[in-house]
Design a protein around this ligand. Structure first.
Ligand code: FES
Length: 100
């Protein structure tokens, strides 16, 4: 299905961009598609996309994808508490999990 024939709204249309950027996830360089959220970039590369639970340290994962649940909060470019589902990747971005 082409983006033009998608039944979803514009926010959910996928494009076949071949452009990529390189981000760092906890010191590992990852080449990811440009213009996607940090959550999407981590999910397509197989890395955890979310915070660690404060008590048990268990891995949490993005849940809503629309900025409501805060299970995706990560440290991005040194700033903790960033919602990874609402943040687009940028060249050279530094991403790490955090305990919340
Ligand atoms: S996944 Fe729910 S706020 Fe990001």
């Amino acid at each position: 299905m082409s983006p033009e024939t998608s039944t979803f709204g514009p926010a959910f249309r996928l494009t076949a961009s071949t452009q990529t950027v390189v981000i760092s996830f906890e010191g590992t360089a990852l080449r990811v598609p440009e213009n996607v959220s940090v959550v999407a970039a981590l999910l397509v590369t197989g890395y955890p996309a979310g915070r660690r639970a404060s008590g048990s340290g268990a891995q949490r994962s993005a849940y809503c994808g629309i900025g409501q649940c805060f299970d995706c909060t990560m440290t991005i470019d040194g700033v903790s508490g960033c919602q990874a589902c609402m943040t687009r990747v940028r060249e050279g971005m530094q991403v790490a999990r955090q305990r919340v």
